[in-house]
Ligand binder design. Structure first.
Ligand SMILES: [Fe+2]
Length: 433
């Protein structure tokens, strides 16, 4: 199923969505439309959702949106593929309303991905409805591709979003009645677990009640989910500070999800990186605790954001330190997780392409101002102490340019490139099985 979403002011209109296979003389059918009335910040708007059901895999469809009898917009989209390949773009920390964000949107469009994955912090500063309208949709659903404006991506390809820390900063609905807009706009798979703690909206009971009614069934389900595209399986996790990385529910769900996956490539993605050599956010290392589980489940690649730069690790395994009794992992007061690293120094991504361990990527340079630009490209400046906490696990760190990741698979070969705002690849690796 695909869901087409649009929002208008409070004047109701008679909308209609027609859909057909894009080849000539195909039967046209009409999509079912639902309407949610939002009253946020004393402003009423209508959020429309057209559910496009019964679609075939590997097909191209054309749709038209009518207001009364007038065609407002039309476009095409491809459905999910069952082929043994795919191509997708990854970026994080992007909706900041910058020129670099527009340039990256334009370059993503030029690279013709089948979908876009955003590793969280989708809009700044607080994940509000009015921030999506200002800093998100105009860039990724621009009328035409233009490096100063953005590109017409969202009308034709799906965006899979993750929930980052900025996306939950607006959870106090008394202060920001249009907070947690992630749950208004994202029609993501509802196949995830319910963790022991999720983001909880607070504030006047009537605001919380309206939020829950208007985001049903998405809140809080879409905090964690997974999907397939081509031969890639991607599991998306909420790593915010209110979560417990060792919460048994999401772990059990992840284990079953990855074991049941038939994809050649297993990817896990979340916002807060466990392995990061930047100074920024160095102390938030909780997601390292999941490394042994990822290794057991055959994860190939982990994609994160949060730190506003690009980092690629060598393939690694990590065994977190336990207390003396061997019953619990040790987390220091600063949020550090020490342990034993094993680095695969033989893998080079060019001639030696079979990694022994997981490659961890930070792709957080999607548009917001960059972090630690002075350490870019200089491994001497990436060091941290002590060796139980940091070893030279970072192979590439570029922090002085905005960028995004492009991943392509062809059967058992995966190519990962990092491209700048001009579309120039400044890092590239191949992984094979
Ligand atoms: Fe963040």
């Amino acid at each position: 199923m695909k869901v087409l979403i649009w929002q208008t002011d409070s004047i109701p209109g008679k909308f209609k969505v027609e859909i057909s296979l894009s080849s000539p003389n195909q039967k046209v059918s009409e999509a079912k439309i639902s309407i949610t009335k939002l009253c946020l910040n004393n402003k009423t708007s209508l959020l429309y959702r057209a559910s496009l059901n019964g679609l075939k895999f590997d097909a191209t469809y054309r749709y038209k949106v009518f207001l009364d009898e007038k065609v407002l917009t039309e476009s095409t989209f491809n459905t999910r593929s069952k082929n043994q390949n795919t191509r997708f773009a990854v970026l994080g920390d992007c909706g900041a309303g910058t020129l670099q964000q527009a340039q990256i949107a334009n370059q993503i469009y030029q690279s013709k991905p089948e979908f876009v994955l955003i590793t969280g912090d989708n809009v700044y500063q607080r994940g509000l409805e009015n921030e999506y309208r200002k800093n998100f949709f105009p860039y990724y659903n621009a009328a035409e591709a233009n490096p100063e404006v953005g590109a017409p991506l969202m009308r034709s390809i799906p965006f899979y979003l993750l929930i980052g820390n900025h996306d939950v900063f607006g959870a106090d609905l008394d202060k920001t009645p249009d907070g947690l807009a992630y749950f208004y706009y994202s029609d993501l798979p509802l196949n995830g677990p319910i963790p022991e703690s999720v983001i909880e909206p607070t504030g006047a009971p009537e605001l919380v009640k309206a939020f829950k009614a208007n985001t049903k069934p998405r809140y809080p389900k879409i905090s964690n989910y997974s999907f397939d595209q081509g031969n890639v399986h991607i599991a998306c996790l909420d790593a915010n500070s209110y979560t417990n990385p060792l919460d048994p529910n999401p772990i059990q769900w992840l284990a079953e999800d990855l074991r049941n996956s038939k994809g050649d490539w297993k990817i896990v993605t979340y916002h807060h990186p466990g392995f990061n050599s930047s100074k920024a956010h160095y102390d938030y290392q909780y997601m390292r605790l999941l490394s042994p589980i990822f290794e057991q489940l055959g994860v190939d690649l982990v994609l994160t954001g949060h730190v506003h730069n690009y980092q690629r690790s060598v393939p690694l395994t990590f065994d977190p330190k336990k207390n003396e009794a061997g019953t619990q992992y040790v987390i220091t007061e600063e949020g550090h997780v020490d342990g034993k690293f094993t680095l695969d120094e033989v893998y080079d991504g060019v001639t030696n392409t079979k990694p022994k361990g997981i490659i961890y990527i930070v792709s957080g340079a999607g548009g917001a101002p960059l972090y630690d630009s002075s350490i870019s490209g200089n491994p001497e400046l990436w060091k941290h102490e002590p060796p139980e906490n940091w070893v030279p696990f970072t192979k590439k760190l570029v922090s002085d340019i905005n960028s995004f990741t492009l991943i392509e698979t062809e059967g058992k070969k995966l190519t990962l490139k990092q491209l700048d705002t001009q579309g120039v690849a400044f890092d590239q690796i191949i992984m094979t099985k």
